[in-house]
Structure formats: C-alpha cells, structure tokens
Design a protein. Sequence first.
Length: 248
Amino acid sequence: MSIKIVCPSKGRANNVRTTRLIPSLVLVVPAGEAEDYKAHNPKTEVVGVPSHIRGITHTRQWILDNWASEDVFMIDDDVVSVRKNYFYGEGSGTIDDPDTILEIINQTAYISKQINSRVFSFSKIRNPLEYNAFSPIIHTGYMNASFCGFIRGHGLAYDLNLSEGEDHYISCLTIYMHRYCLIDNRYSFITDGNFTAIGGCNDYRTRESMIKNSLYLRQKFGEAIQYKEPTALKQNVNIGERSLKFPY
C-alpha cells in the first residue's frame, strides 16, 4: 500500500528538513506562505491552507478533512533522522535512505489495517537506552503527532480548543473510541528544535499555554493525563509537559 504523507509547516520555507528523508511528501502551509515555500522547495508539492485555518490543531483537522477518503500519515517538518531502536553492534542504527523510510511507514500502515487499528505511530523515545526489547509493538500509549498515521474510516477529530497537546487528545480519544492503536517502538523519528526553532508551533507554544492545555486535557480524560516528572534518563522537563497512563 502507499499512504499519503502530509507535512504541516509554518514559517520555515527555507528550512524544511524532513524532505531530505521523505522527498515525496506534501507540504501543507498557510496560504500566504505558499509561494515562498514553492520557491524554496521546487520539487515538493505545496498546498496552501485557507487563511481562517490558524494553529496546528486546526491545520491537522483540515488535513484529516481534506484527505478523508485516504489513509494519511502526518509528519513534522523538522525530522532529521530515523533510528532503529533495536540496533546493536558496530555501525550506525540511523536510517537515511528515503526508500527504506517509506517502506517502514507503508508497512506499518499495512499492519495497522490488518489488525483493524485505526491509528498508528512510532516510538516517542529519543534515547535508545529507553527502548524495551520486550515491547517492540504496543497497543496503547502516547502517539506523537510529529509522526502519526490515520487509517480511512477512523472517525476521529481533534478538539479545536487546544493550541497544542492535540496529540495527547487524539491518543486518548483513540483508546476511548477504538480501545487500541498500533505503536511500533522499533523506530523513532527524531525531530530537532521542538521548543527552540523559529516557526512552527514554537511561535505560540508557551509555558502558560502548556499548563492551561494540560488542565483542559485532564478535565477531559482524568488521570490518564499525568504531569511529567524528571527521570534518570531525562532530567530536563518543561513546565506543563504531560504524559499518558492508560488503565490497560
């Protein structure tokens, strides 16, 4: 199968990094920036979003609505590498071949369809020491919006009240509605500059908005929303960051 790969972007016309790994993706950008994106990314399809669609949550919903008849995989514009978390030994565990990366995405979408999972994603871990070899595949958990796929007929929609944290919402809603998903922990799509780079969500992601959205999500989903605390492998945690803990 071949899933539609769509990349929302904003304010980064000259710095879309994901196209190096996935040249065939579709860039979805604010209409006013479309020409600039086309000029800097002449080999990539660029689609302009109407001016009334503002913010990442509204953009993601627009993508689901406009590709409702297709399976769609959303990926962020700042993915710099794909890593095999199970890699051991000499050499590199990094995958940089576009054909191999496409095969991983398409094969995971195919498996998701075969088990009737409506949403799929990959590992959220950035440190390979966190990889659990006994759980290469899991069926509940956090699905990072930076690399998340939707199978046609999923019946899900984002909560447009959220300025960020939309991936926590859709992860909870998926488990509430469908009871399970597919997360392939064998692979991590590594992003860069999540909280520091110019453009993207960083233009409006603030400590205050993260705290507000965490409280809102907790009102919706209760104790499934947890406040993130430092661990031995991740000492630095931003105020307002959250994690998920499902009862099964």
